[in-house]
Design a binder for this molecule. Structure first.
Ligand code: NAD
Length: 328
């Protein structure tokens, strides 16, 4: 069994990754400064003696080095996941994305931890002219500070891999949805409708389309690749691989809004009116149409359990339970 160090381990994906690894018998250290993560997401993990939570900042390199010692694998999930924040605070992605990633990789170099899984994003493609977009698409011109930071991080992961003998797998995630989501369209729509079930005003005209992936499939895909390349194939130091991590298809924001309205009608007995905006995107930096090509990862034999539409439907139920206080 391995000792696994998760950055962003109190977040939406990180806390569920920790629970999954604990269930598989591994030991887990979750390192998170709780800027976006939540202590309540760690309740189940904290009951396990193989789990340790470190509340600290990745910008504190000495602390990262001290806490990472002895790990077999780093799963680097920490970042500023609130993309729209970048438009107001242009240094938040630089610090919690790029510098935090540099510190994570530098701590690996100093402690001799060799293997890393890194959470990148479809946002690095910017407004790609090829859809579905494969990993080989370029040149890469992100349109958000978040996407720019993730692209820089991919470069750092690649450089550390080749210079310091790390083994790395980079995953360019689709939009991840499911329980414990703290932002995103489904969460935002449900929260607003719980407060006022008469009307839902949607940012943008509803034509935005994106690839969605359920969090359970996201975790499954990452651990599948880790097992394949690091354990089974035993790739040598310097190994670097990059995959789009997505399900089949894309889902329109108008379909998400309709699914949310159905769920709220079922719960509250009144049907909210849907009002769309006139813009073709939700906010500055939002990519209105993303469609990830998952064919490269599929060649390894992996397939998401849920399509994009099914992931959204499942997540509407998951997140509604959370917002109505029916889940821990
Ligand atoms: N959720 C998605 O749709 C999605 C899509 C593409 C990529 N990603 C990436 O996946 C990863 C996990 O995303 P998530 O949705 O779970 O987000 P999240 O915000 O729930 O988790 C990120 C965690 O990182 C922590 N963090 C941020 N800055 C830190 C710092 N300086 N030091 C220590 N901890 C810090 C936050 O407190 C938070 O708990 C992120 O890197 C994100 O960019 C997510």
């Amino acid at each position: 069994m391995a000792s696994i160090f998760i950055t962003g381990g109190a977040g939406f994906i990180g806390s569920q990754m920790a629970e999954r690894l604990l269930a598989e018998g591994h030991s887990v250290v979750s390192y998170d400064n709780l800027v976006l993560g939540k202590r309540e997401f760690l309740v189940a993990a904290l009951r396990n003696p193989r789990f340790r939570f470190v509340e600290a900042d990745l910008l504190d390199l000495d602390r990262v080095v001290a806490e990472m010692k002895g790990a077999d694998l780093v799963i680097h999930l920490a970042a500023n996941s609130d993309i729209s924040q970048g438009a107001e605070r242009s240094d938040v992605d630089l610090k919690n994305g790029t510098i935090a990633t540099y510190n994570t990789l530098e701590a690996m170099r100093r402690t001799g931890v060799r293997d890393v899984l890194f959470a990148s994003t479809s946002a690095i493609y910017g407004e790609a002219s090829v859809k579905p977009t494969p990993e080989s698409y370029g040149p890469l011109f992100p349109i958000s500070f978040y996407g720019a930071s993730k692209l820089a991080c991919e470069g750092l992961v690649s450089a550390f891999t080749h210079n310091c003998g790390l083994r790395a797998i980079v995953f360019r995630f689709a939009n991840i949805v499911g329980p414990r989501a703290t932002h995103g369209a489904i969460h935002d729509f449900l929260k607003r409708l719980k407060a006022n079930s008469n009307e839902l005003r949607v940012l943008g005209n509803g034509t935005q389309r994106k690839s969605y992936l359920h969090v359970s499939d996201c975790i499954d895909g990452m651990l599948y690749a880790r097992k394949l390349h690091f354990d089974t194939e035993k790739k040598p130091p310097g190994f670097f691989e990059c995959y789009n991590l997505a399900s089949e298809g894309v889902t329109r924001v108008s379909s998400i809004a309709a699914a949310v309205v159905d769920e709220v009608t079922r719960r509250m007995g009144t049907r909210p009116a849907l009002v769309f905006g006139s813009e073709d995107r939700g906010w500055v930096g939002d990519v209105a149409f993303t469609w990830l090509d998952g064919a490269r990862f599929a060649t390894t034999g992996w397939k998401a359990r849920l399509t994009s539409d099914a992931a959204v439907e499942q997540a509407v139920r998951d997140i509604a339970r959370q917002i109505w206080g029916e889940d821990a």
